[in-house]
Ligand binder design. Structure first.
Ligand SMILES: Cc1ncc(COP(=O)(O)O)c(C=O)c1O
Length: 414
């Protein structure tokens, strides 16, 4: 029994990328959620500067605990679908939309694929993407374009949201049927004006599909008032949830007119094999949850629920403010270094928890490698030859850690 427990424990901790030298072992009660000594709620080693939430967030002990408890429950009593109903209710109130407008996915890319295949598009229709897309938004649209002969139109991002919006406006035509842009591009982290982008699409009679990989958890989201048609997000980055968990939002008024390509249990109105009739009552048109078919992971649902609870208990607005203040602290210090080009928006309120920069006279890769060797977990951005270093700030990054990072950058510049 103990051996089995140890095995499960190691598998869970290993799966979440945790080190086994931490004081928390998952079977104890996690510490109560609160801002006091926030670093103690996580297993991040004290001498390790995890500045890469833009790739994956570190889950708090509270979330890991739920994950482990759910694995135990599932594998002792076979109890299944214990959390899904509650989770949809909680997600709807967290994202300020209706339960039927949401479907659980395994990641952002799945949500982007659902969007790319749901829309009624035909040969010659144009899809606008930015030159800063993550592969997880580019490929779903390029794939649909490959199969159905759509035309992809690329737009450069501007130095701020106004410029970006104007760049988009210059690329639209009577054939524009989709504007598919990131809420916050993975490269330079500007918070794009998605409300205005959605409005522009709407006036054109086109669809707005937002890749929200970095929205949930970094920003307090109000999906309904954002006005976009489809929004794909995840829990495994800024929400600090379990890895391999996401969601897609589809505006209620579109549900009945959009298609569903992958379907199964929970996608249909009714189905029966009686009298060998190969018929069924059709795809559910009343809910986006038709996209979340078949057996799902209870432990992931439990852990997502806990990650929402964790952020809500800390206060979603306070989490956003803290992330942004830390990003600002970093950005302001980097802007003082003339040897760097800081790629932040020129409009201060469009910057959040992702700060990107590149050295003007040094090789960014070499600098990235040197900083990584010193225990700063950051990301190099080679995409579209942007060639910069990306730093993400979350609630577990202390101000001291950010200042140490800046000192290390300064040393690299001499
Ligand atoms: C902007 C953006 N879109 C999509 C993705 C893909 O996310 P996922 O791995 O959850 O599919 C990422 C991942 O970093 C991203 O940054």
């Amino acid at each position: 029994m103990t051996q089995r427990r140890d095995f499960i424990k190691k598998a869970v901790l290993g799966g979440l990328g945790l080190s086994l030298f931490s004081s928390f072992r998952g079977e104890e009660q996690p510490p109560p959620i609160g801002w006091n000594n926030i670093e103690s709620q996580f297993n991040i080693p004290p001498d390790y500067h995890y500045l890469n939430t833009g790739t994956l967030g570190i889950s708090p002990k509270y979330v890991i605990h739920s994950y482990q408890k759910a694995i135990e429950l599932l594998n002792t009593k076979g109890a299944y679908d214990q959390y899904k109903k509650q989770l949809y209710q909680r997600m709807a109130s967290f994202f300020k939309c209706e339960e039927q407008e949401l479907a659980l996915t395994k990641n952002v890319t799945e949500g982007n694929n659902i969007a790319a295949w749901a829309l009624p598009l035909k040969k010659g229709d144009e899809v606008i993407l930015s030159t800063h897309e993550h592969v997880g938004n580019a490929i779903p649209w390029l794939n649909r374009a490959r199969i159905d002969g759509l035309k992809i139109v690329l737009v450069e991002l501007g130095k701020n949201g106004t410029e970006t919006l104007s760049n988009i406006s210059q690329k639209v035509s009577s054939r524009t049927k989709v504007i598919a842009m990131p809420h916050i591009p993975c490269t330079i982290g500007h918070i794009l004006p998605v409300k205005q982008i959605a409005k522009l699409a709407n006036t054109l009679g086109a669809y707005s599909c937002i890749d929200g990989a970095h929205g949930a958890g970094m920003l307090s989201l109000d999906l309904r008032s954002m006005g976009c048609d489809i929004y794909s997000g995840c829990f495994h980055k800024w929400m600090l949830g379990p890895k391999g968990s996401g969601f897609v939002y589809i505006k209620q008024s579109l549900l009945s007119s959009l298609d569903t390509h992958f379907a199964g249990a929970y996608s249909d109105n009714s189905w029966s094999f009686e009298n060998a009739k190969l018929e069924f009552g059709g795809i559910r048109s009343d809910s986006a949850q038709r996209h979340a078919y078949g057996t799902q992971s209870d432990p992931i649902h439990a852990a997502v629920l806990s990650s929402i609870e964790f952020i809500e208990k800390l206060g979603v607005k306070k989490v956003e403010k803290t992330i942004r203040n830390k990003g600002k602290r970093l950005c302001e210090q980097l802007l003082e270094l003339p040897e760097l080009e800081v790629l932040a928006s020129t409009q201060a309120n469009e910057n959040g928890g992702i700060v990107s920069f590149k050295p003007k006279r040094k090789d960014y890769r070499e600098m990235y490698q040197n900083l990584s060797r010193q225990g700063f977990r950051i990301r190099a951005v080679p995409e579209s030859s942007i060639d910069c270093i990306r730093v993400s700030t979350h609630i577990y990054n202390s101000d001291a850690s950010i200042d140490q990072f800046v000192s290390a950058v300064k040393k690299e510049l001499v």
